[in-house]
Design a protein around this ligand. Sequence first.
Ligand SMILES: [Zn+2]
Length: 130
Amino acid sequence: MPKFSAASRARLETCDIRLQSLFNEVIRHFDCTVLEGHRGQDAQDNAYASGKSQVKWPDGKHNRMPSKAADVAPYPIDWNDIRRFYYFAGFVLGVAARMQIPIRWGGDWDRDTRVNDQNFNDLVHFEVAE
Ligand SMILES: [Zn+2]
């Protein structure tokens, strides 16, 4: 059974308890790595400047404490294998639905199950939908 590295676990622990529950279940079936949980001001400024995020501090879901968003990628990471990110997200969303945790994914911001109507893709981004 796959399990999180210490670094992934530490990042996940900065997240909303529902995200922790979700990804602690996901990792039992699908190996993945937590890239980012909470993002402080410097990290958010960098993310915004590099185009990784479209919102400024402190408006991002990653800027809350605990973080309302987690960036998680299938492991091992191959940024060129886009299909695997979709496969992974479908798995995460299915597990979340089963656990009754409302999740908004960066590959389907409007949650209409369509993936070709997006202006901005963030395929590793999963946030608690309130
Ligand atoms: Zn994110």
